[in-house]
Design a protein around this ligand. Structure first.
Ligand SMILES: [Mg+2]
Length: 187
């Protein structure tokens, strides 16, 4: 019997994990660096020009673990190539894992506040019950300002298990009854 990591890592079970797409879920900018139709299977596809398109190696397992723990999944991208992002997610077999998929400009802001408002409206889930990962520091700052526990996956290395462990660790250090630890201004 397998045991989900997620309830062990997080002091309070998140209800939703939100992922950026470009440079967080996959390598590159969809619609610019690559576009469909795709061939290939699993985490390595080839685009219309034969360019390799890779999912970051931990992403599928991370999403599978969160889903197994009952945590919903949402994708939130500021990439304007909506249809091309959906096509790539479908080619990787990830589209149907998500309860919300958003790929659109941010309505005049340079954060994802519009995306998060839509996700909240569609799911009813509070910002404090979400987790967010993105390679863009401004997106992370904006999400934290809303009260969403967030961690930057520094460009161009994408989301890894290390990020999931670190965010769980930061939240554990921040939880009631635990002496507050200075984590370099991350919180
Ligand atoms: Mg990105």
């Amino acid at each position: 019997m397998s045991v989900s990591l997620i309830p062990i890592l997080f002091p309070k079970m998140p209800k939703l994990i939100v992922l950026d797409l470009d440079w967080t879920t996959w390598v590159g900018d969809c619609g610019k660096d690559f576009f469909g139709p795709y061939t290939g299977t699993g985490d390595l596809l080839f685009d219309a020009r034969g360019t390799p398109v890779r999912l970051y190696p931990d992403v599928r397992a991370i999403l599978t673990e969160f889903a197994a723990a009952g945590v919903k999944i949402a994708f939130a991208s500021r990439n304007p190539a909506t249809a091309r992002c959906e096509e790539a997610l479908r080619a990787f077999g990830l589209f149907d894992m998500a309860c919300v998929f958003l790929a659109h400009p941010s309505g005049g802001t340079n954060t994802k506040s519009v995306h998060f408002a839509t996700i909240h409206a569609r799911t009813g889930i509070a910002y404090s019950d979400m987790l967010f990962f993105d390679d863009g520091p401004v997106n992370i700052e904006g999400a934290r300002a809303l009260g969403i526990p967030s961690l930057q996956c520094r460009y161009p290395n994408g989301l890894t298990w290390a990020h999931v462990y670190v965010l769980g660790g930061l939240l554990n250090m921040d939880s009631p009854g635990v002496e507050k630890v200075d984590v370099g201004g991350a919180w």
